[in-house]
Write a protein that binds this ligand. Structure first.
Ligand code: ZN
Length: 709
């Protein structure tokens, strides 16, 4: 249908032109058209060159880190951030090993390292500063809408806090936050040892300088962030210094090194971005990242949320994101962190801190009253563009109007030769074709990925052939050569061909596709993991050695089993390692358990069933459980329409308690927090409630009561 109309259209147009224009004019208009409209090859070349150019700039920017200042050269740079000192702090902190809240490493050794280092800084500080070190323990509970939603209960989590200010009292403070605890198994080099190391070095520089601060700085080294944001909540809701905190800087990482991205700002205090734009030497910011982060697509969170939601203060959030492979793994050590990255982050955060505490923004009421969020981004690392939400909306609306007007103009021009309804019909068809081509490309990509995965080709090559190449250097060279071949094939060769003949585009694209498939199947490029100790890219597994016991209401055991619970964090797990770990062949999916049992009857420590629902089970021997978990009903009292239960829980320092009343019964109140219990996702038409409980020291049995309606 489309073709037939098109043919008719061409005929009609041709007829009209031949009547209206003499022969010479026709040639002239044809040539003119040739001048105005570039052909497809030129378009393609322009787009390719543009993307290549932008990619090149981004790669250069990403790799371009400042020269680090070392202890040997620091006397040449007075008042500057010394990257080597920060690195030494990371070495000392990571040498303790993984630091989980509640462990000896975190609660004793890490706290000792921090207090010793801070005490040494205080000894060398200039007399113009008043410095107070405070170590606190906090207990509390709060609802957290992160993941599937939970009620977060904590006991005795620790903070190491330093307040620096002038000798006269100050009205306002800037808060700098990092966390010294780590994810399970990780030495926490970048997450967040580096953040704490940067803060220790900034503390040294600020306190050694005689320059008197206009406002105080609170350095919060928090001891329970991976424990789901508990220590920051303890500080901001309970500590007396928190009341004067007017704004904050949070230092985080989801990768080791590169450029630290300002990825969250606000919700108010747009002046913070002004200070950032004016003072930092190497800006790198994106409010698009904030949109993505706030949308919940990324299952991660930072203390930014706690300061914003529970402290009601605005601030900025920074994170490294390069080399995310090592994030939350045992490979997150100091060797993965380039010294230049520490220098860059240190220079930026020091400049931002100084820009805030040596200026009047914090005490200026007109600054504090400015509200509203900002749209911000850096322009190729040179400067920061920022404008308020209303200007962003204006620009968006103006773009819409311009685009609409341009379509209208095109339509008016075309109407000289085509009827309006014909034009509209064709435009609608074109829109349809574009959408269908998008869908088709998404579908074909998914199909190819599925076929390749099912074929197992991606995996088989490396397992069969890795033994043949023993030298890491040769392997590295092979990768480089492979990249060179691919780029030559998909980019430079087509350009050479296309310049000569635009109609070869389709053939070349089909060729590229076939070569890409061959490259994926026959070369190591399709293999996503690497065991190279210098740049590891591990496949992630979460395996819990588990004992499960299901009880009936009368207390009798209805099921008991032991084995290994595997949570798939990767599309290739669990069967990708079958040739190395033959036991994986026995792994069976747990879909049936999820239908029958609350939270699949597995020990989810976090409410993540909607994220991590693909899990497997391998029957095995019983684990050694040194501290058994015990849940007792202490009391049960019934009133007219309500029943009260009081429970007592004893067990290890980390526990999750999941409640699900029968259909038609509601959990109205509980003693866990004062407000209404935060509900999780529905399960078999029943409400669910998740309590995450963590105790860092001096643990007591946990007692709570619920009121059912
Ligand atoms: Zn972190």
């Amino acid at each position: 249908m489309f073709q037939r109309d098109g043919a008719r259209l061409r005929q009609r147009t041709a007829k009209r032109t031949s009547v209206e224009l003499p022969y010479e004019n026709k040639i002239a208009s044809y040539l003119k058209k040739q001048d105005v409209l570039p052909n497809e090859t030129q378009h393609l070349l322009f787009v390719l060159t543009f993307f290549l150019f932008v990619s090149f700039i981004i790669i250069v920017l990403e790799r371009n880190l400042p020269d680090p200042i070392t202890i040997d050269t620091e006397r040449l740079y007075p008042g500057r951030f010394v990257a080597e000192r920060a690195r030494n702090h990371i070495v000392n902190l990571t040498s303790i090993g993984p630091r989980i809240a509640g462990s000896y490493e975190n609660e004793v050794l890490a706290v000792k390292f921090l207090t010793t280092t801070i005490s040494n800084v205080i000894k060398t500080a200039h007399e113009n500063h008043r410095i107070v070190l405070n170590i606190t323990k906090h207990s509390g509970a709060f609802p957290l809408k992160f993941l599937d939603g939970m009620t977060n209960v904590y006991r005795n989590v620790q903070n190491v806090i330093v307040k620096v200010g002038p000798h006269r009292p100050t009205m306002y403070s800037l808060l700098l936050n990092c966390h010294f605890d780590t994810f399970v198994e990780s030495p926490g080099g970048s997450d967040d040892g580096a953040g704490c190391a940067v803060m220790l070095e900034i503390l040294r520089i600020i306190t050694q300088s005689p320059k008197i601060l206009k406002h105080s700085i609170v350095f919060l080294f928090n001891g329970a962030e991976e424990n789901i944001l508990q220590a920051s909540h303890g500080f901001i809701t309970q500590h007396p210094w928190a009341k004067k905190v007017q704004t904050f800087i949070n230092l985080e990482a989801c990768g080791s090194g590169g450029r630290e991205l300002l990825f969250q700002a606000g919700p108010h205090n747009p002046w913070m971005l002004e200070v950032y734009a004016k003072s930092v030497p190497y800006p790198y910011a994106s409010s698009l990242a904030q949109e993505i982060f706030e949308s919940g697509i990324v299952p991660g969170d930072t203390d930014f949320r706690i300061f914003r939601d529970f402290g009601k203060i605005s601030g900025v959030d920074f994170a490294w994101s390069k080399n995310g492979y090592v994030y939350h793994t045992k490979f997150d050590n100091v060797d993965q962190i380039p010294l230049g990255a520490l220098q860059r982050t240190g220079d930026n955060i020091l400049a931002l801190t100084q820009g805030i505490v040596f200026e009047d923004h914090l005490s200026d009421p007109s600054m504090q009253e400015t509200r509203g969020s900002l749209v911000f981004f850096d322009f190729l690392g040179a400067f920061v563009i920022r404008w308020p939400q209303y200007i962003a909306s204006t620009i968006n609306i103006a773009s819409l109007i311009t685009a609409g007007y341009s379509i209208y103009l095109n339509m008016q021009n075309a109407r000289r030769s085509i009827k309006r309804w014909t034009y509209m019909r064709h435009v609608t068809m074109c829109v349809g074709v574009v959408i269908i081509s998008w869908l088709a490309s998404m579908f074909s990509c998914t199909l190819i990925a599925l076929i390749l995965t099912k074929l197992g080709k991606v995996m088989s090559w490396i397992i069969d052939n890795l033994q043949e190449v023993s030298s890491a250097w040769i392997l590295h060279q092979m990768y480089c050569d492979a990249y060179a071949i691919v780029w030559m094939t998909i980019l430079f060769l087509p350009i050479v061909l296309l310049i000569k003949n635009a109609e070869r585009i389709i053939n070349v694209i089909v060729g590229i596709f076939l070569i890409a498939i061959a490259v994926l199947i026959l070369t190591p490029l399709g293999f996503p993991y690497s065991g190279d100790p210098l740049s590891p890219a591990p496949e992630r597994f979460m395996i819990a050695h588990t004992q499960r016991q299901f009880y009936d209401a009368d207390g009798s055991v209805r099921y008991s089993g032991t084995g290994y619970w595997l949570v798939d964090l990767d599309m290739n797990s669990p069967h990708s390692v079958e040739s190395i770990v033959p036991e994986m062949a026995a792994a069976t999916p747990t879909v049936r358990d999820c239908e029958k049992e609350l939270y699949c009857g597995f020990p989810y420590l976090m409410p993540v069933t909607t994220f991590l629902w693909k899990t497997s089970w391998i029957p095995g021997p019983a684990p050694l459980i040194s501290i058994p978990t015990k849940l007792e009903i202490i009391s049960k009292t019934a009133k007219q329409h309500t029943i009260n239960f009081t429970f007592n829980v004893t067990g290890p320092d980390h526990m999750s308690i999941i409640l699900s009343p029968y259909k038609g019964i509601n959990l109205e109140k509980w003693s866990v927090i004062d407000e209404k219990p935060l509900q999780g996702p529905m399960w078999n038409d029943r409400e669910t409630y998740f309590i995450y409980y963590a105790c860092a020291s001096d643990c007591m049995p946990y007692t709570f009561s619920i009121e059912l309606n």
